[in-house]
Each structure stands twice: as structure tokens, then as C-alpha cells.
Design a protein around this ligand. Structure first.
Ligand code: ZN
Length: 283
């Protein structure tokens, strides 16, 4: 899981751009009447995001403003037709949020390409946040689908938020070599001892629900094949210890970028595996 910078555009600004395209005068008046609610919800979301309390935000069937209520369905349509749809007025903002992901890669899995925006709190359950940029996270379609839309109502079931939850300081992703021909790897979460229980549960849940162990395992076989020839040269020249040192160097280099990359965990696991360094890499 990677942390990425928050989009700088406000909910109020985004909302105003989206409602420019509304033609129905009644709907437009009701939408104009909830500007303050949109702005207040944006401020509240940011404060709760910083405090890891997004689960405490109340769900609602509509947004009540000075000119009447705007239903959840109307807010969902506003997002779909006036922000997500190609060539709509809000699409430029949508695209701006999409490019916020590092290297165009999904911050949830840290691997697949970004192709959509995920509502951190679902647009149907939290209509006031339907077009709020800090509630929209660029991600891949796989993670978006696996995450689902079920609302998290307790601290430990809150999905990790790429703008607020920073897990980059601590090492928590590890791997183990699977002996075989060809060799492979399994991946697991090992939370550091100083984490509180809720953080550990959230990271474990994130890893499990997005099926990251199988995603990383499926990439590992190919990666190990890619380095086979270079390891063989090292082994033939200087033996198993040289292979382990080469792998540690690769792992350290990955850790300079991020301490929890699947590649770094893979190289470290390979370096620590006597069977692999002793010739298993050729299997
Ligand atoms: Zn992903």
C-alpha cells in the first residue's frame, strides 16, 4: 500500500464544475442549495481522515439543503454523468485525480496500472461525498472490484486510505521462497510489534481482501527467471555467498524506494534461502 498526495482541488470547486452541466432547473436549484453541505462534508472528511475515523461518518439517503433534498440517486448520477463520463465538465478534475498515483500504479496493490477512481466512502451511502476529491482514490480495476462497496462501520474494518494512512515507515510485507522447479514465492503480512491492533487488522484485511499474496506470487516466478542467468554467473565465479550478497543488494536497492515492495521482499527471501542460493535458483 502506497501513500500518495491528496488532490488539491476542493469539493466545492469540483461540485460547482459538475453542476454547470445540469439543465433541469428544479434539480439545479436543489443542487445549488447544498453547496454549504458539500463544503462542510469535505472539511469533516479531511479531519476524520487525519484521525483515522472515516468509519464514524454517518450514512444518509439524501443531502438536505436550502432548496430541498437532493437524493443519493441524483448525486450518483451527478458523479457518473458530469464527472466520470468522458467529455463531461467534471472529467478534467477526474483525470487530474487519476494522475496523482505514483508511476501510474495503483496505490492499493502497488503493482497494477491505475484505470479508475475508487470512492473511499461509497457514493450511494454517502451522497454528500459523491464528487469530493479526497474521497476519490486512483486505483486499478482489480482492487476497485475486490474492495467492493460494503461500508466499514468499525475502526478495524476501515479500508486503508491512500491519502491518510502512511504505512511506508515500517516494514510489514515479507516473502518466503517456495522450493520447486521453477522456484516461486509466497507473501505474507508480519506487522511490527509497535503497531496497535487496529492497524495490524486493517493491513491484514487489506492484504487478504485484495488477494495481494496471489498477485505478487504470480509475478514472482517470472522475476526469479529473469535473474537466473545473472545469479548463475555469480555462483560459478564465487559460490552461494556471492549469490546471497547479490540478492541482498537488489533487496536494499528496492527498499531505498519503498520498504514494502513485493520485489524487495522477494529478493530478501531469496537471499535468506540456503536452497535457493546454493543452486535452487537454477531449478
Ligand atoms: Zn490495485
Amino acid at each position: 500500500m502506497w501513500t500518495i498526495p491528496k488532490p488539491e482541488i476542493s469539493a466545492r470547486e469540483t461540485f460547482d464544475i459538475c453542476i454547470e452541466g445540469i439543465r433541469d432547473p428544479n434539480l439545479k436549484a436543489r443542487l445549488q442549495g447544498i453547496r454549504q453541505q458539500i463544503e462542510d462534508a469535505d472539511t469533516d472528511f479531511d479531519a476524520r481522515g487525519v484521525a483515522s475515523q472515516l468509519y464514524a461518518i454517518a450514512q444518509a439517503a439524501n443531502v438536505v439543503g436550502v432548496a430541498g433534498a437532493v437524493t443519493a440517486d441524483e448525486m450518483v448520477k451527478l458523479y457518473e454523468r458530469h464527472m466520470a463520463r468522458q467529455k463531461s465538465r467534471g472529467r478534467a478534475t477526474y483525470d487530474k485525480i487519476m494522475v496523482g498515483a505514483l508511476h501510474g500504479q495503483c496505490p492499493f496493490c502497488g503493482h497494477l496500472p491505475v484505470s479508475t477512481l475508487d470512492h473511499s466512502l461509497g457514493k450511494a451511502e454517502y451522497p454528500v461525498l459523491a464528487v469530493t476529491p479526497i474521497n476519490l482514490i486512483p486505483c486499478c480495476k482489480d482492487c476497485n472490484h475486490k474492495k467492493g462497496t460494503a461500508a466499514a462501520l468499525t475502526p478495524e474494518t476501515q479500508f486503508l486510505h491512500a491519502y491518510y494512512d502512511d504505512l511506508t515507515a515500517d516494514r510489514w510485507l515479507y516473502a518466503q521462497i517456495v522450493q520447486g522447479s521453477p522456484p516461486g514465492a509466497t507473501f505474507y503480512v508480519n506487522p511490527p510489534a509497535h503497531w496497535d491492533g487496529v492497524t495490524a487488522q486493517r493491513v491484514n484485511r487489506h492484504f487478504r481482501e485484495l488477494e495481494l499474496a496471489s498477485l505478487y506470487a504470480s509475478q514472482s516466478g517470472r522475476q526469479l527467471q529473469n535473474i537466473r542467468s545473472s545469479l548463475a554467473k555469480n555462483y560459478d565465479a564465487a559460490g552461494a555467498q556471492a549469490v546471497a550478497e547479490d540478492l541482498i543488494e537488489r533487496s536494499d536497492s528496492c527498499a531505498q524506494v519503498t520498504v514494502n515492495s513485493w520485489e524487495g521482499a522477494l529478493y530478501e527471501a531469496a537471499a535468506n534461502d540456503a536452497w535457493y542460493c546454493g543452486g535452487g535458483f537454477r531449478a
